[in-house]
Design a protein around this ligand. Sequence first.
Ligand SMILES: [Ca+2]
Ligand SMILES: [Ca+2]
Length: 248
Amino acid sequence: MLRKRSRLIAAPIAAVALTLTIAGYQASASGSSPSGGADRSGKVSEATGPCLADATTLIGDLDGDGHPDKISNPGHTGTKMTIQWGAADGSFGEKHAVSALLGAKKGEVATAAVADFRNDGTLDMVVNIVEPADGDDASTARVAEYRPGPLARTDLSSADARHSDIGDQGEAQQLRIANYGDDPYPDLAILNNPGDGQLDRDVRLSTAGSGPGDYDYATQEKYGEFGSTAEPPAMPGDGWKHFYKPCS
Ligand SMILES: [Ca+2]
Ligand SMILES: [Ca+2]
């Protein structure tokens, strides 16, 4: 099943990569400044769009000041994410733990995923903060939101934040970027503990207007996986790679 799907999406990915290459070439050919200083009318994000410094490090503007920031996501899990804000000279500041910026309290687990979920040129974030239950029943997230960029440096808030249902039916242990359906909108894979020893890969598909959508049974059947704490479901580790090319 998985093998069949990966074969089917190989050609579209190649096409997307080619398109990106052409777009990058046109951007440099038209003389856009790579520092992003001159043209602030939306061309900046094209010329300095997000890129991968390595498999777990995304370079892109998260706070909307026009300077790329460094987002590190060790292990792809979304639980150890750090951000270093970029300066005008291209350097990066000190590492801030996303959990601290989000205001996670003692005993809480903060999980985040960063991508341009609406593919509108701004990086966005999905956040989940939950205090895991110690019994069989899962607890509900204290904060579960989709936060379209740009985000505030101080607390990663967004003027357009909205509730996400990722924390309503279980404890999200991991949030990962995924590519389902091979469209330009990054999707979410959630390692979800719904209680009673179950551990599932839940999915949320993104659309142009709204970013990650709500739980949908048909989608879950198609892309999700049911597992247990003893046999956890497989989780994607290459989500960013589908949507962002290496920084050259
Ligand atoms: Ca920035
Ligand atoms: Ca966006």
